[in-house]
Design a protein around this ligand. Structure first.
Ligand code: CMP
Length: 139
């Protein structure tokens, strides 16, 4: 069944002018971009978005990176969108990612790993609502 997931094109990718390249890989993988905007996250926005990772040793570094330069937040739609997007992204650590995935082909490190994608349907709904109003999503 058709569902939605939430994606972020991270600062390492916007900095290298890879917004189009990443989006093409998502589209070629069968997902449709039904909402998209380029934003410069505030510290508060990034801390709130990553609140589940607050106790992790890399939290400060993660937030600092995500506010360092603009990102592109997107809503993606397709068959089993959460799972499909995770397949297209590849493993969190690019050195563990399969060939042909976004992270294997484009990511720089486990932190600067080019894209974020929701890990469950439940989190997708929460993350989409964190950045988009209903009327900004056009399916
Ligand atoms: P993301 O899917 O955006 O959600 C949490 C992020 O934390 C993850 O992608 C990684 O980029 C980042 N992350 C995970 N482990 C580490 C680490 N050891 N050092 C820095 N960042 C990390």
């Amino acid at each position: 069944t058709v569902s939605r997931t939430f994606s972020i094109i991270k600062p390492d990718a916007t900095r290298r002018n890879l917004t189009g390249a990443v989006t093409k890989m998502l589209e070629d993988g069968g997902l449709r971009v039904v909402a998209s905007k380029r934003i410069h996250m505030t510290q508060a926005q990034a801390e709130g978005f990553y609140a589940v990772h607050k106790e992790r040793p890399f939290f400060g570094e993660l937030v600092e990176f995500m506010v360092s330069e603009p990102v592109v937040v997107q809503v993606l739609e397709g068959e089993n969108a959460v799972l499909r997007n995770r397949e297209i992204m590849g493993a969190t650590n690019p050195s563990d990612a399969d060939a042909g995935t976004i992270r294997k082909e484009l990511a720089l490190s486990i932190g600067e790993n080019t894209v974020h994608g929701s890990d469950s349907e439940e989190n997708a709904a929460i993350e989409i609502a964190y950045f988009f109003k209903d009327e900004e999503i056009v399916g």
